[in-house]
Design a protein. Structure first.
Length: 119
């Protein structure tokens, strides 16, 4: 499985941004997907998840101004961030978890896309 993220950039505080993550490979046993982010000097944190059944979850830091969604035809995962804050500045990574059989789960991450929010 390969994940290609895009859509990052420089945005002013209060603005919006949409990130995309195109997945390729064997997605037959896709369990769930998500977006993580890592700010300079900080550990990677979970931003949002979307289960194969459609359940979404958001971190407290983005809840109410973030939407995760997926186009299953295009195998593309999206993250829409509104009312951006400087503290949203980070490298954003998409994630897919695939059931590999024999009770094994494989995790895949994209290469990351930089989001910078100016104040």
């Amino acid at each position: 499985v390969q994940l290609q993220a895009s859509g990052g950039g420089l945005v002013q505080a209060g603005g919006s941004l949409s990130l995309s993550c195109v997945a390729s490979g064997n997605l037959f046993r896709l369990e769930h997907m998500g977006w993580y982010r890592q700010a300079p000097g900080k550990s990677r944190e979970l931003v949002a998840t979307l289960s194969s059944g459609g359940t979404t979850r958001y971190s407290e830091s983005v809840r109410g101004r973030c939407t995760i969604s997926r186009d299953s035809v295009k195998n593309t995962l999206y993250l829409r961030l509104n009312r951006l804050k400087p503290e949203d500045t980070a490298v954003y990574f998409c994630h897919h978890r695939i059931y590999a059989g024999n009770h094994k789960l494989d995790d895949y991450f994209g290469q990351g896309t930089q989001v910078t929010v100016s104040s």
